[in-house]
Design a protein around this ligand. Structure first.
Ligand code: NI
Length: 266
């Protein structure tokens, strides 16, 4: 087993290869003397045998991560769990899955046909989380899926890869919360996710979040090349609970809107 920090570094290097805005934001903040800490990474999958939330979590449990909370997303028909570590300097892992049985038979069949190409050996490897798609993809199928579920279309087009990393605002010296950080990001030309407002949550939820809209990435679909929203960077500030410890969970209502960072916007 490779050590956790090299595993995370591999995920980060892979992630910034298709999320250049994340690298740009980190560079901008570091130029101001900030030290960047990752609050959590997020992964997306489907609730099918072998690739569900708990299957993907198996890569993290040997490092000492354990389940910390579960979340329902009724409208988007998603379910998620987060995993956390006793060492508070390590990022949390947020894994969501599409509840496939709630979708049309066409969507169910398309997704089932795609993921049957994934082998058990591939899933067991730490490289799996950087492995992308394991099936042939078509733009017309992506567009069809997008109409029913943006999330389903995203997993179909991009497969298994970190969906976002999250800059921990508590660790920033020059920013009090999402409000001033968002202003800084906008003045630098970055596009924020404004769904449900630019700031999701707040002190009452013990978690305040914002995110950029996803970078568009070129995808070589079988039928035609297309450039579509891929991955993004998120920002999170955590507030102390009554016991003085920072809240370590997530807020479903906020995450629901953060998911929309991969919607088409151009
Ligand atoms: Ni997140």
């Amino acid at each position: 087993m490779q050590n956790f920090s090299s595993f995370m570094d591999k995920l980060w290097q892979h992630y910034i290869s298709y999320t250049p805005s994340a690298k740009k934001v980190v560079d901008r903040l570091e130029q101001r003397g900030e030290k960047i800490i990752n609050d959590h990474i997020a992964l997306r999958t489907i609730n099918l045998p072998g690739i569900g939330v708990e299957d993907l979590a198996k890569v993290f449990t040997p490092y000492g991560f354990r389940e910390g909370g579960q979340y329902q997303f009724k409208e988007k028909k998603l379910f998620a769990k987060h995993y956390e570590h006793d060492d508070p300097t390590l990022p949390k892992i947020f894994i969501s899955e599409l509840l496939l049985e709630n979708f049309s038979t066409t969507t169910q069949q398309t997704i089932r046909d795609a993921v049957k190409h994934v082998t058990k050996e591939q899933i067991a490897s730490t490289d799996f989380l950087c492995s992308g798609v394991h099936w042939p993809i078509e733009h017309k199928v992506y567009q069809h899926l997008y109409k029913e579920s943006e999330y389903a279309a995203w997993v179909y087009a991009f497969g298994f890869r970190p969906n976002h990393f999250t800059i921990n605002i508590n660790a920033l010296e020059g920013f009090a919360g999402c409000a001033d950080l968002n202003e800084f990001l906008k003045s630098a030309g970055f596009v924020l996710n404004a769904s449900g407002g630019e700031i999701k949550g707040g002190p009452h939820e013990y978690l305040e979040q914002s995110s950029l809209m996803a970078d568009y990435a070129p995808v070589a679909f079988k039928d035609e090349k297309a450039t579509i929203p891929c991955c993004y960077v998120e920002f999170a500030k955590r507030f102390p609970l009554a016991n003085g410890k920072l809240y370590q969970g997530f807020v479903a209502a906020s995450a629901d809107k953060i998911f929309e960072s991969t919607h088409h916007y151009k």
